[in-house]
Design a binder for this molecule. Sequence first.
Ligand code: PLP
Length: 458
Amino acid sequence: MSSLSSEQTAPPSPETTDWIGIAERDHVITSWSKQSGPPPRVVTAAQGCWFTTADGTRYLDFMSQLVNTNLGHQHPRLVEAIKRQADTLCYIGPGFANEARSRLALDLAELAPGNLTASFFTTGGAAANENALKLARLYTGRQKVVARYRSYHGASAGAISVTGEPRRWPAEPAVPGVVRMFDPDPYRCACNDAATRCAVCQGGPHLEEVLRYEGPESVAAVILETVTGTNGPIVPPDGYLRSIREVCDRYGILLICDEVMVGFGRLGEWFAVDKWDVVPDILTCAKGLNSGYVPLGAMIVSEPLRDWLRDHTFSGGLTYAGHPLACASAVESIQIIKDEHVLENARARGEQLTRGLDRLRSEHPSVGYVHGTGLMQGLELVRDRRTKEPLAPFHATPDQAEPVTAVIDAARSRGVWLNRHDSVVRLAPPLIVSADEVDLALSVLDEALVESDRAYEG
Ligand code: PLP
């Protein structure tokens, strides 16, 4: 393994950290899990693309935590910007203007494509989507929303209702008025040939059919992840997004692009929609907006919506709408992305990662497909390439997921922090990742995939 591999440093004395895990187990309710599991690892330090746990193990964070620490951990300029803002103004109510929020709103108006020029700030991605859905319904006077099955839009009531994946199920019956369409999965759809592309993968024709049966005049919005994150990655074919846009325009339906995970450089562009030159009516973002150093999200709306809001009440608000500490960190984050050529690095490292993953696919039979683009990629593991039977079934139990988990565990035991979703091993390093770090992750993955090859039956 390379010299960058996980290093052991002297662990802090157990008395200083043991209580953290115990308090966590007994007094913290952890997300999306039964509370009887083992306490999570205690993290004592993090820097750049690496974090360190209490036992002294260093991990290369190839997930950017929850795909949000795009500028890595403890970026000195970001930390300094938060300190500066804290010295000036930690908090002021959203009814007052403050320099950090105004600066950020101007930056977003300049960076976001087309006529997306006004922002409502939130504390994260779900709240941005929640407000986008609300605004779309207010503006159109219609109730229904079309969403896709393979999606995650957040955990709050409205956002989980438009979410397609199984995390929605316990929330049902959810907010009514959501209808669903299918997703353009390049591996699983039978039509993976551009010449014979099916209605689902073209986008517009499938949406049009859904609308025919729902009544297009009752539909306020289509919401989709421009490139599906957690439930993918799913990169739509060229032409897909434009085709959806055209159908929305035909029926006066708003297009909401959820870029909470892919906005701010994950795919090598400021926004994923920039890849296809399509402008939604509302774009939502969070995560990479400020690398999550302070909770922040935004809903950026087009000029017609902004103008409409001049004479109509925007019926939404948050105590922390445009928190100065969060906005100041986002302003600095945007400047860092420009100054440090972060988009260029994301593109170069993304290409390197794609080449490496393609090579792993050619060497490991259990790798059925390489999904994704830029620095959001995934290896779909299969039992048999011919039948495409996934290594773990959809919504697998921990037992069923074991062959995939074995790959993740093998990578983590070698100091590279990865994650999985169903049968997909996910990779999403910080956008500042170096060429050596990408090589390290690929070589560890090469070793870890022996685990899934063992379960291969083709
Ligand atoms: N939308 C997408 C595409 C996401 O990936 C997420 C979170 O992972 C959300 C929305 C919800 O964001 P938050 O957890 O900040 O509410």
